[in-house]
Design a binder for this molecule. Structure first.
Ligand code: ADP
Length: 348
């Protein structure tokens, strides 16, 4: 039996061998972690109670035909999906005694990824369909009842341009997200001056801030180098500063600071923190952990009204990860929000 146990220990998946007397002859470590530590010697039913699994083991023990079944369990409070492969095998050298080998594939992560893909496609379709439906409606009206109504034509074309721009932004953000996700493993290593990048972002967003009555403050500092990709870092701070202006409400003040990060432990080396702070209504702590999920918004209607795609912070998170940095979000409802990006300093 030690030979059998040794064979099972070499398998990359959880595996259990059930003998001709329906008792568990051997189980590898992964199987013991999954089904219980002291299962060897016990009847297989004490460890594998799932009805389909039990039926498959009994059927294969009787007819020696291999079977595979998929089943769900709730383990440690989370739903898991397994595929069990059940096969008749010899359990003695002379092959007279036959048993059943049960091996388990954990499909949970694959299932979750598939579900995420389905949700993502459903979300993208919905986001694209909303402006598309509006555009088709206006095209129909312009071809029919409003054909000669100059005032209506003007008004409708303005709305149509806005809806088309929304679709264009969504497609641009989707492409951007897919690009940064694809590159996430490759760390960018060019020296980039963060102070310069933020200066450019501030110059570009000043007109928007002025339009919204928002005071935008950044005290230029001396050059501060990080290993990175300048375009992507510009995208990060454009998104954060634009959000602070958009969601900051009336009489808003947005302040950007750049300073050495005191807690160097997180990144295991000297780091630099850029904080974008607004004085808006803030974010309920309930939402904070989910803000970087694709299409997650606190208030969908308000985000749409502001021209948001719901992808900005997801893009920020991936770019920051690619730079081996951290994104920290802190907010007190009524006190505004702080979005900090902590990046390792250039050490070359
Ligand atoms: P959006 O395109 O909707 O702005 P983001 O991914 O950039 O998408 O942001 C996700 C959500 O996070 C926003 O819809 C908004 O609800 C919230 N949010 C982001 N930044 C701020 C901020 N500075 N203050 C309050 N809420 C914010």
């Amino acid at each position: 039996m030690e030979v059998l146990a040794s064979l099972l220990s070499g398998l990359p998946v959880a595996a259990v061998l059930v003998g001709p007397d329906a008792r568990i002859v051997a189980a590898n470590r992964a199987a013991r972690e999954m089904l219980g530590q002291a299962i060897e010697g016990r009847h297989f039913l004490t460890a594998m109670r799932q009805p389909d699994l039990r039926a498959a083991i009994e059927a294969t023990a009787a007819d020696d035909i291999p079977r595979s079944i998929t089943y769900q369990t709730a383990q440690d409070g989370r739903d898991s999906t397994f595929r069990a492969h059940v096969a008749g095998v010899a359990v003695t050298v002379d092959a007279r005694a036959r048993g059943v080998l049960v091996s388990f594939e954990d499909l949970t992560e694959r299932e979750q990824a598939a579900q995420m893909r389905r949700d993502f496609v459903a979300n993208v379709s919905h986001e694209l369909r909303t402006p598309l439906t509006a555009l088709m409606g206006f095209i129909e009206t312009l071809q029919g009842p409003a054909r000669r109504d100059e005032a209506a034509i003007d008004r409708f074309l303005t709305i149509m341009a806005r809806e088309a721009a929304r679709m264009e932004r969504l497609v641009r953000d989707l492409l951007s997200l897919s690009r940064v996700e694809g590159e996430e493993r490759v760390r960018p290593r060019d020296p980039v001056d963060l102070a310069g990048v933020i200066g450019t972002v501030v110059t570009m967003l000043r007109p928007l801030a002025r339009e919204r009555g928002c005071a935008l403050r950044f005290a230029p500092t001396e050059a501060c180098l990080v290993p990175g990709n300048a375009d992507q870092l510009q995208q990060v701070f454009t998104n954060l500063v634009e959000n602070a202006i958009k969601y900051g409400g009336a009489d808003n003040r947005v302040e950007i600071t750049l300073a050495p990060h005191p807690d160097d432990v997180t990144l295991r080396g000297p780091a630099i923190a850029v904080t974008v702070r607004d004085r808006g209504p803030g974010i309920d702590p309930l939402h904070i952990p989910r803000l970087t999920e694709r299409f997650y918004r606190v208030d969908t209607h308000r985000s749409r009204e502001m021209g948001g795609t719901g992808l900005g912070l997801a893009i920020v998170k991936h770019i920051v990860n690619r730079h081996r940095g951290r994104l920290r979000i802190a907010s007190e409802p009524g006190e505004g929000s702080n979005f900090s990006v902590i990046l390792p300093r250039w050490d070359g």
